[in-house]
Structures are given as C-alpha cells and as structure tokens.
Design a protein around this ligand. Structure first.
Ligand SMILES: [Zn+2]
Length: 136
C-alpha cells in the first residue's frame, strides 16, 4: 500500500519541477496515488545522481508510469534513464489506485494497472472488462 501522501510527494518534487509559463513551479501528477511511493523513490535516486534535473511531466499512459525529464549530462545519461525505466516497469506491477500488487486491466479501450479489489470498483458499471490484460 502507498505510504506517501500526494501532498508530501508534490512538496519533495517541487524544487525539480520545471517552471511554468508564469515562472512558478507548480507540480502536479497525471496519475493516481498508488504510485506515489514509486515516484518518491525514483525522485530520490535521480536527485542523488543529478540534483538539478528537471521534471517535465509525470503521468499514466497505457497502464504504466511515464516520467519525463529535461536532459542530463552525457556521463550519467544511461544510468539516469535506466533508473527511470526500472520505476516505469515496477508501475506495471503496482496498483495505480492503492499501491498494492497489481496487474494490467482493461475497460473498454482504457488500460490501467490495478489490484483485484480496485479493478472490481473500476469495472463495476462496464461489461467489456478484463483483469490481467496482455498486449497480443
Ligand atoms: Zn488497488
């Protein structure tokens, strides 16, 4: 289960979030709180490697975490992106809603990684759902 609140997560991300058009840092997440721990751990590792890295966007896409950053120096580029890749992989096994162990699920054309109880809530009013979806 997720331990870190979204409020706390946003507070630790703020210094690295890119400036918006009004010159302010106002971080936001385009994914649910179940991935907060993954994102916090990812941020800690990236900041240790490259303290001034910038976060462009954090979102869910096709059931997985996407963590977009500004460019980093060549010497650490591979290591930096490997760390992001591992966190993105972990998101495909972690319920986006609650942080429990999850699997890719489908509702109509929408893919989301969820645990069984969260899937049951999410799919309640829809007939075309699949728990444990895999790309062909
Ligand atoms: Zn869940």
């Amino acid at each position: 289960m997720t331990k870190i609140t979204t409020e706390y997560l946003l507070s630790i991300l703020t210094p690295n979030f890119e400036l918006n058009r009004r010159g302010k840092r106002s971080p936001y997440l385009e994914c649910d709180a179940g991935w907060n721990d993954i994102i916090a751990d990812l941020h800690t590792k990236l900041a240790m490697l490259y303290p001034n890295y910038s976060i462009l966007q954090i979102k869910e896409k096709l059931g997985g975490l996407r963590f977009y950053t500004g460019s980093v120096s060549d010497e650490i580029h591979n290591e930096f992106h490997n760390i992001i890749g591992l966190a993105e992989e972990l998101s495909y096994r972690t319920c986006e809603a609650c942080g429990a162990k999850g699997t890719m699920c489908k509702r109509e054309g929408w893919i989301k990684t969820l645990c069984r109880p969260c899937f049951d809530v999410w799919s309640k009013d829809s007939e075309n759902c699949q728990y444990g979806f895999k790309w062909e």
